[in-house]
Design a protein around this ligand. Structure first.
Ligand code: ZN
Length: 365
């Protein structure tokens, strides 16, 4: 302090005024930051880059320091449920991944115990038994009925590579954690906002692309050209979508519908391989049931996207759904539900392929 005082005292008058001004400005900025910290503001008080949904009127965090943003994970503001809906989904998918890695058999069957039942206990396995009446099924299919495990890669059925399942899990976890981080940190500054919303869009595209790997690999693994064609097409489509969405011009609310349309177009491009699969395996009930779950997934995504685009219900009563129940939270819940429906479809297809000779099942594995 003594040293510093000596230095300042050595300054000439004009320089002293400048130095004092700089100190005042620094203190002012500090005060401003401290005041902003932990203070929730109204929509009108936001800088333009944070104004996205005018129907959410209040409880915004605006340019908070990073430390406060981290702790805001545990406090109420208008992003709290957006963060926790996808953080919860992330935890579900981490659990699925850990179970798939650590348990030798019946990995996900335990998790979905209410949906999947053992032979004779439930509707699904009855369908499977009915399916065995189809004389075109190989003998191994009959053997598979006695071994209902969904992820038993060393059971009585043929081994199938399991990596496409992990590709999907990886994509889902990537999407959900980038969404969580985006909703948590994007309010910090313009730079953070641009970076994290790009990350969010890239995460959504990644999950859509990764979702294709499981069903396409297991359905077309005996037709390598189709398999490679479909997987490379959706991957290129996904990369193009990510490149398009990296443009900062597309970040504004005006392009909300455009972004939703791109994601839906990616998702619904799956109708082409799905129709192809239906044509190839029409007599196989497992494939039909799996496709049924894929249809459920598509419906869930579409409903979620409708909430996202229309900003219902908050547009009907601005300010009433700021903390709980606004469209983005509902959209997040539908995204997680759709991803879980896709999990079920993927496991059914994987299990169905286990009943078949390996054909070219290891061509990509
Ligand atoms: Zn979101």
């Amino acid at each position: 302090m003594k040293r510093r005082g000596k230095k300042i005292s050595k300054l000439r008058d004009g320089e002293r005024v400048d130095a004092a001004d700089r100190i005042d400005k620094t203190i002012g900025k500090y005060d401003q930051k401290m005041n902003r910290s932990k203070k929730l503001v109204k929509y009108e008080a936001l800088p333009e880059y944070l104004q996205d949904n005018e129907f959410i009127r209040d409880y915004y965090r605006c340019e908070w320091p990073l430390k406060d943003i981290v702790f805001s994970l545990f406090s109420w503001h208008n992003e709290t449920l957006n963060i926790w809906t996808h953080l919860g989904g992330f935890v579900i998918f981490v659990t699925l991944t850990v179970m798939s890695l650590t348990e030798k058999t019946t990995t996900v069957e335990n998790l979905f115990a209410g949906v999947f039942r053992r032979p004779g206990d439930g509707q699904w396995m009855n369908m499977k038994n009915n399916g065995s009446a189809d004389s075109s099924f190989p003998d191994s299919y009959g053997r598979q009925i006695t071994n209902p495990s969904f992820v038993d890669i060393n059971g009585d059925g043929y081994e199938v590579p399991i990596w496409p399942w992990f590709v999907f899990l990886g994509g889902a976890m990537g999407c959900l954690i980038s969404s969580t981080l985006s909703h948590l940190f994007a309010c910090h500054s313009l730079r953070y906002s641009l970076f994290f919303w790009r990350l969010d869009y890239a995460g959504i595209s990644l999950m859509i692309v990764c979702s294709f790997f499981c069903p396409i690999y297991y359905i077309f693994c005996d037709q390598p050209y189709w398999c490679i064609f479909y997987l490379s097409t959706i991957t290129i489509f996904g990369i193009l979508v990510i490149i398009t969405l990296l443009s900062p011009a597309l970040f504004s609310g005006r392009f909300r519908s455009f972004r939703a349309t791109l994601f839906l177009a990616m998702g619904f491009s799956g109708l082409i391989p799905a129709t192809h699969a239906l044509f190839l395996h029409l007599g196989h009930p497992q494939v039909l049931v799996a496709l049924g779950y894929e249809i459920i997934m598509g419906i869930l995504y579409a409903i979620g996207a409708a909430f996202y685009v229309t900003r219902f219900p908050e547009r009907c009563k601005p300010g009433a759904f700021d903390l709980v129940g606004h469209s983005h939270q509902i959209f997040h819940v539908f995204v997680v539900a759709a991803a879980l429906a896709h999990c079920v479809a993927s496991l059914l297809i994987m299990d169905w392929r286990r009943g078949w000779p390996p054909c070219n099942a290891d061509m990509l594995g």
